[in-house]
Design a protein around this ligand. Structure first.
Ligand code: ADP
Ligand code: MG
Length: 223
């Protein structure tokens, strides 16, 4: 599902460098990404989603070489194929919860907002325990409720690939376990692939595989 080769990346400003000789995630695999703060975990997800592009090397997602697409091509590819749960949620504060969840359908012609999608949005919200908050503005939600709304939005398009950036950070244990169950169930139901950044070592056993950012270090011998 994901294949990265000879990737080199740096931001225009700053010292940060990311080198990944090779990284693969198979279809339907659930992979956790760990590593210290600032090591580039969010950057990796952004490269896979085509939010940023590599300086050298290539990023292929579901047979499409994302890193070769133009800006609007990458955007449409992302909205239609990838569910992204952002670290900071990226909910739009001037929209209510329902409109936030439906937002992917409103920003591309590649998706059609029909009755079925709307029904799915309410069903998802109910399953996530925010079914009674659909009319509430994103700003007036608790941290945990924002997280759930962001997860609903990422799942609405039934993406083949879900990228989750610390999707359960700062949640209390009961909520965390519940939300994770829902996320994993949805991934299983749709045979989707999950790549999730987490700091939560207790969760790692739920994944097929754990990737440690240390393994990408250019100083690392081996590969
Ligand atoms: P992590 O998610 O592992 O905490 P990030 O991928 O967010 O790490 O960031 C990796 C490094 O890149 C950090 O040093 C961060 O300060 C830097 N960085 C992140 N975004 C930008 C940006 N837009 N411009 C310049 N540097 C950035
Ligand atoms: Mg991060």
């Amino acid at each position: 599902m994901i294949h990265i080769r000879s990737l080199e990346f740096n931001y225009r400003d700053g010292e940060f460098r990311l080198n990944i000789p090779e990284f693969m995630v198979e279809r339907s695999e659930k992979v956790a990404v760990i590593g210290p703060s600032g090591s580039g975990k969010t950057t990796l997800l952004n490269l896979i989603a085509g939010i940023v592009t590599p300086v050298n090397g290539d990023v292929t997602v579901d047979e499409v070489q994302v890193s070769e697409l133009g800006d609007s091509g990458r955007r449409d590819f992302r909205i239609t194929n990838i569910g992204f749960v952002f670290q900071e949620f990226e909910l739009l504060e001037y929209l209510n919860v329902l409109d936030n969840i439906l937002h992917p359908y409103r920003i591309t012609n590649a998706l059609t907002l029909d009755k079925e999608a709307r029904t799915r949005a309410s069903t998802l919200a109910r399953a996530m325990g925010i079914g009674d908050k659909l009319k509430r503005y994103a700003n007036d939600l608790s941290h945990g409720e924002k997280q759930r709304a962001a997860i609903c939005r990422s799942l609405l398009t039934r993406p083949k690939l879900i990228l989750a950036d610390e999707a359960t950070g700062n949640l209390d244990p009961v909520n965390k376990s519940h939300i994770l169950d829902l996320l994993f169930r949805s991934v299983d139901d749709h045979n989707a692939t999950l790549l999730a950044v987490t700091h939560d070592y207790e969760l790692l056993k739920r994944f097929d595989r754990v990737v440690d950012f240390k393994d990408f270090s250019p100083n690392n011998s081996g590969s």
